[in-house]
Design a protein around this ligand. Sequence first.
Ligand code: NAP
Length: 516
Amino acid sequence: MTRIESYLNDTWQSGREPMIALVNPATEETLAETSTQGLDFTAALAFARDVGGPSLRALGFEGRSTLLEEMSRLLYEQRERLIEISIANGGNTRGDAKFDIDGATGALTYYSRLGSQLGTGNALWDGESEQLARSPRFHGRHLMVPLRGAAVHVGAFNFPAWGTFEKAAVALLAGVPVVSKPATSSCLLTWEMTRILVESGVLPAGSFQLVAGSAGDLLAGLGGQDTLAFTGSADTAARLRAGAGPVRESTRINIEADSLNAALLGPSVETGTTVWDAFIRAVVSEMTQKAGQKCTAIRRIIVPTSQIDNVQEALCAELAEVKVGNPALEEVRMGPLATADQLEDYRAGVASLAEQARIVFGDPTRVDTLGVPAGKGYFAAPVLLRAENALAAHEVHRREVFGPVATLLPYDGSVAEAVEIVARGGGSLVSSVFATDRDFLSSVLPELAPYNGRILAIDPKVAEVATPHGTVLPSVVHGGPGRAGGGEELGGRRGLSFYMQRSGLTGNRALIDKIV
Ligand code: NAP
């Protein structure tokens, strides 16, 4: 049995019993165990601030860019081994595993390249210098410098690789040491990735620490120079926002929470066109990739009333082809949910959606599986629902069923109704619009923007070349308003500002301009 340890104060540390078991969700076999009971998180935070911060700042942007490049290379070299772990502990197919692991190395590489353009120091200008008084000598300019605290990252179970390293890439480039706490149930992969980095000797002292298990009192000691970046459910986010750090010390907090993302089919998109095909492909892929356990997955499928029967027929035909089972098998397209609790939530969630929408594909109580011991595994069938009155189906706009589940919603083909339905989600990470009518597209995009952190616009020119709806790109902001957490991360250089203090310097222009 593998015993997972936390990496704190640059040493591997094991917590006391009772241990928490990590399982293979396809077979329910126990793979590893971990505990953080009794570990000293106060010392870990102090180590980050006192040792990690200075050692990272000594490198400057240029040195940290090299660090990120090395981290990416080291992890990529072990990609095959990491994919095996992700399949076993995450219930991921090979494709799902690559999505997570390549996302991690891709974000590290992207931020390494960005860092190579930022010079040798630790400070950045934000905007130009402005004259503030009559004299042209007295100017003001905004300086950005790394905060002196620890960047504490709390991640969700569905992305133990990408979720850890997309956050770490940004904080490390900014010059801030990381204390990373992935979700316990899937932390075997994060532990292995951390071991690769630690054993290589690439990590500067105190720059990266891993909490492999429950958070314990980790967040109780956050101060005004620390930051907390959280990804997970809206319920946990609400608890963390009310913590002593954010409330009393003004610890910066960024929340990436759950979201009822939408895919919108524009009016007059004909069946069989490239845009139509891209729409059907996107919905099926978002429902089934990682068994629908993606914060960006499409939950609401908004289509013109005149096309809803055709869309339903096309989606049902595609979903019928999806083979569910042991993700270690090549022919399997969708693996299990991550835990027994997730399966229970899925069943309860589908039941509550089914009070306001009718199930038109799939049975939440049974699923045929390939290559799995009888009665084992946390498998869920893809379920497609349909509501006849989109605005009256309140539960569809409120409840995120974190599994292979989405609901068809009709609209009258107008921009106004489409926007009203999307907005009912209370704020989303991403919505996609698939349309051929340029006027519709150019009117709907700015109207959807207040409710979405990102919008994917598919017209005939980009239908076959665009990145998928669910792919988060390091150069584009990730996060969404309201329900989605109100946070923002990544977005190229924008992401650095969360870990940096912007300070308005006012004084002698000749002196100020020489600082950076
Ligand atoms: P979760 O139950 O909220 O847990 C998220 C993380 O918070 C885990 O690491 C968990 O640790 C930790 N945690 C729970 N209670 C805590 C507390 N009191 N103090 C400190 N840490 C605490 O969410 P999940 O089930 O892992 O993830 C699924 C949810 O995440 C979905 O709703 C999904 O939409 C959302 N998500 C959002 C994004 C995004 O980018 N917006 C990305 C992925 C997922 P333990 O595992 O040790 O309990």
